[in-house]
Ligand binder design. Structure first.
Ligand SMILES: C[S@@+](CC[C@H](N)C(=O)[O-])C[C@H]1O[C@@H](n2cnc3c(N)ncnc32)[C@H](O)[C@@H]1O
Length: 318
C-alpha cells in the first residue's frame, strides 16, 4: 500500500488507502484504542444530541459506525464518504437500517443544498481531508441556521506526561499491531501517526471553526486530549429570501475513480449563500445547482424550518 503524503493528502491516495483497510477498519480501531473509540463515539453522539426528526450529515462516515449511533436515537443520517471501499462495507453492515443512507461525497465539495441538515459531524475524518478549511466552509454551508457541527479528531494531549508515551505508542507500537491484523494496514497507521503529528492542536482547530463562521465554538478533551471534541453553531438569522431559479446546468458530483454506480442527473435545489453570514473561506454566493450521487438524489429536500439550537453539552471548555 502506498502511504499518502501527509503534506498533500491527495484525494486519490487517501481514498485508495481507506478502500484497502475498509474490511478490518473497525476491528483495528477497537484493538488500537483498547476500546476507547467506543467511549469517544458515545461522547460525540451526546454532543450532537440526535433525536427523531433530525437530519444529520455524518461526513467522512467510513463504515458508518458513528452514523449507526446517531440513527439509534431516531435521527435520519446521511453517511457521506469518498472511499467506495468504506461505503461498501458500511452499506453491507447497515443494510437493514432505513435511517442511514450512504452517499459518495467529497468533503470539500458537498453535493447537498444549502441549509439541508440540522447538524453535521465528522469523526476522525477532517484530518484526512486535503483542504480541511474548505470542508469546514462546506459543513457551514449545508447546516441550517441554529444547527451545529461536531468534530471528533485526534489531538494534542496538553500534558507532556501523556504526550511522550503516547508519541512512542503511536509512532512505534500502533503500526506494528495494525500490520499484524492486516498487513496493508501498517502503512495506513504510519500515515495515521504522521497526520496526527501534523494536525493543529485544540485551540488552533477551534480558531478554524470560528474562521469558517461557526459561533459559540468550544472543545472538550477526551482521554487526556488524545482526542478532542469540537463543536460550534451556525448563527441564527432572519428568514432567508427565496432563492432564484437555477439558470446554470446541474453540476455532477465529480469523482476521481470509476464508480460502480453512475451519478443520476437529478438536480437538488440551487446553493444560495446570500442570507447566511459567511466566513472568508466560504464559497462565493452563487445559485449553483448540485447533483448528488444515486442515493442522495432520491432524497426529498429537507424542510426549511429552523430548529432551536440546544445547549452545549456539559463539561466543555471555553
Ligand atoms: C479514519 S476514517 C473515519 C471513519 C469514520 N468517521 C469513523 O469514525 O470511523 C476517515 C474517513 O475519511 C474519509 N475521507 C477522507 N477525506 C475525505 C474527503 N475529502 N471526502 C470524504 N471523505 C473523506 C476516508 O475515506 C475515511 O473513510
Amino acid at each position: 500500500m502506498t502511504r499518502p503524503d501527509t503534506e498533500t493528502k491527495r484525494a486519490a491516495e487517501v481514498s485508495a488507502m481507506f478502500d484497502e483497510v475498509s474490511p478490518r477498519y473497525d476491528l483495528i480501531n477497537d484493538v488500537l484504542t483498547v476500546g476507547s473509540d467506543r467511549l469517544w463515539r458515545i461522547a460525540a453522539t451526546k454532543a450532537i444530541g440526535p433525536r427523531k426528526g433530525m437530519r444529520i450529515l455524518d461526513l467522512a462516515a467510513g463504515t458508518g459506525t458513528s452514523s449507526a449511533a446517531l440513527a439509534a436515537h431516531g435521527a435520519e443520517v446521511v453517511a457521506a464518504d469518498f472511499s467506495e471501499g468504506m461505503l461498501a462495507e458500511g452499506r453491507k453492515r447497515h443494510a437493514g437500517n432505513p435511517l442511514i443512507e450512504f452517499v459518495w461525497a467529497d468533503a470539500t465539495d458537498l453535493p447537498f443544498e444549502d441549509d439541508s441538515f440540522d447538524a453535521v459531524t465528522i469523526s476522525y475524518g477532517l484530518r484526512n481531508v486535503n483542504d480541511p478549511k474548505k470542508a469546514l466552509a462546506e459543513m457551514y454551508r449545508v447546516v441550517k441556521p441554529g444547527g451545529r457541527v461536531v468534530v471528533a479528531e485526534f489531538s494534542t494531549p496538553p500534558s507532556s506526561l501523556i504526550r511522550a508515551p503516547y508519541g512512542v505508542y503511536s509512532r512505534h507500537v500502533l503500526p506494528r499491531i495494525a500490520g499484524a491484523i492486516n498487513k496493508n494496514a501498517a502503512e495506513a497507521y504510519r500515515y495515521l501517526n504522521e497526520s496526527i503529528e501534523a494536525w493543529p492542536a485544540q485551540e488552533e482547530l477551534a480558531a478554524w471553526l470560528r474562521d469558517a463562521g461557526f459561533e459559540r465554538v468550544a472543545y472538550r478533551n477526551l482521554t487526556f486530549g488524545v482526542v478532542a471534541l469540537h463543536r460550534g453553531f451556525v448563527p441564527r438569522e432572519a428568514p432567508k429570501p427565496v432563492a432564484a431559479a437555477p439558470a446554470a446546468k446541474p453540476k455532477t458530483a465529480s469523482k476521481p475513480k470509476a464508480a460502480s454506480a453512475k451519478p443520476k442527473a437529478a438536480t437538488t435545489k440551487p446553493k444560495s449563500t446570500a442570507a447566511k453570514p459567511k466566513a472568508a473561506t466560504a464559497k462565493p454566493a452563487a445559485a449553483k445547482p448540485k447533483t448528488t450521487k444515486p442515493d442522495a438524489a432520491a432524497k426529498p429536500a429537507a424542510p426549511k424550518a429552523k430548529p432551536a439550537p440546544t445547549k452545549p453539552s456539559d463539561g466543555e471548555k471555553k
